[in-house]
Design a protein. Structure first.
Length: 428
């Protein structure tokens, strides 16, 4: 039985969940198969024909955007009226309403320069700094690329051989995730799909695997951890909330946190690998190129130079320009992976340093945003939110993670260039 206060939060939360339901960002930005067919027919020499009219005619929104914006504004007004201006949970829901409104505004200007401006506001830019004087995501991409070129194929093993079909991946993942999602009420599904750009994608209670591809053991392990443990896990944890049901859905700010959490979980489980890092750094470079004025052909050729075939190069480039035009600015969502990783990693280090380790598992309570963790921690203590049910082992028992972060805090103080000079004789 909910208290009056909990009932108010639940009602407002449900209004947000219902209001965001028809908003499907990636569906609204995608290019159809005809665009790809013509690009290949033109032998990769002509820009795809995508403009503002294309989105209006071929990919119209499935809701009235102006009414949707007003709906979120009305929910915001209700939050202030019923919870007050300084309510913690109210501030979370108000920001969600604001972000969803901006998402709708972004979809309204697909195919224009304004699209990229709003995308950068919501997901960031490759030139964003993490603090004064800090390197940018663009700098990270350069560092990763240069470092990986030094090790090249030295770490390749049988686990990198693409010997599993899409059907094999579905079967293997289904068995593995049955062991992770132990509650029989959580009906997790893994299924084939030919309607996604990515190799794998997590949706509501299911993972889609791109049909017709071949995968390595490393890739399947990444799908298990990234799409399964994190994305499906946080969805299930959000759906289990009796009051704060908004935690089952995520606006753009939660995308950065969720993707960062997925990448850091890959790293902590040793599921990541150089090929994966190269793919993520290439996404930063692709977005950065488009931000600096590169067009679809420029980015496509960049991916070809990185060793991708024509099909993979097309889909990787499409991720950069979807929602925009082939000679317009980028959709910057793909920065979320690396940006989120850096933010989450530093949050964990600081949480350990300041004795706030107990807050770290709250990252998995649902579709969270990093800046809300302290509020969500309080909501759990007040029994307005319930603790996450599904937490990866590396975050459930924080002993080893804490030890890692303690050493990390010290190692960060060492000058790597100075060490390189001192270690020169050893590294020859």
């Amino acid at each position: 039985m909910l208290t009056d206060y909990q009932s108010i939060i639940h009602e407002l939360s449900e209004r947000i969940v219902a209001a965001q339901k028809p908003i499907r960002v990636l569906d609204a930005l995608k290019w159809n198969s005809e665009i790809k067919a013509q690009f290949f027919k033109d032998k990769f020499k002509k820009l795809p024909h995508v403009d503002t009219e294309y989105y209006l005619e071929k990919n119209p929104l499935q809701f009235d955007p102006f009414k949707k914006i007003e709906e979120f504004h009305e929910i915001e007004r209700s939050i202030r009226r019923l919870l007050g201006q300084y309510s913690g949970v109210g501030s979370i829901m108000s920001r969600m309403c604001h972000e969803y409104s901006r998402v709708v505004e972004m979809l309204l200007v697909r195919g224009t320069g304004k699209f990229t401006e709003i995308s950068q506001e919501l997901y960031g830019s490759s030139e964003d700094a993490f603090h004064v004087g800090a390197p940018t995501l663009k700098d990270l991409a350069t560092l990763v690329s240069n470092t990986l070129s030094n090790i090249k194929d030295q770490v390749v093993t049988d686990a990198d051989i693409e010997k599993y079909t899409s059907e094999d991946a579905v079967r293997i993942l289904s068995k593995r995730l049955e062991k992770y999602f132990t509650d029989k009420n959580d009906a997790i599904r893994v299924e084939l799909s030919d309607g996604i750009i990515a190799d794998a994608s997590a949706g509501a209670e299911r993972i889609k695997i791109h049909d017709g591809l071949m995968f390595s053991e490393r890739e399947i392990r990444t799908f298990e951890v990234h799409e399964g443990w994190v994305h499906l896990g946080t969805t299930m944890n959000g759906l289990a909330q009796p009051v704060c049901t908004f935690l089952s859905k995520g606006p753009p700010s939660s995308t950065i946190t969720q993707e960062g959490l997925a990448i850091i979980t890959e790293v902590f489980t040793f599921a990541s690998y150089p090929g994966r890092l190269k793919r993520l750094s290439n996404r930063i470079t692709g977005v950065s190129m488009a931000e600096e004025g590169a067009n679809f052909l420029d980015v496509f050729n960049f991916y070809r130079e990185q060793g991708l075939d024509e099909n993979d190069s097309y889909h990787s480039t499409t991720r950069v320009f979807r929602g925009s035009t082939p000679d317009g600015g980028p959709f910057t969502k793909d920065l979320s992976y690396s940006k989120g990783f850096i933010l989450i990693y530093n949050y964990i280090r600081l949480a350990v340093q300041r004795g706030l380790v107990s807050q770290i598992p709250i990252l998995f309570i649902g579709k969270t945003t990093l800046e809300d963790i302290h509020i969500l921690h309080d909501l759990v203590e007040e029994e307005i939110a319930i603790p996450p049910k599904y937490i990866p082992p590396q975050f459930r028992d924080l002993a080893a993670l804490s030890a890692w972060m303690v050493y990390s805090l010290f190692l960060n103080r060492l000058d790597l260039q100075r060490l390189a000079m001192d270690f020169k004789a050893i590294l020859m």
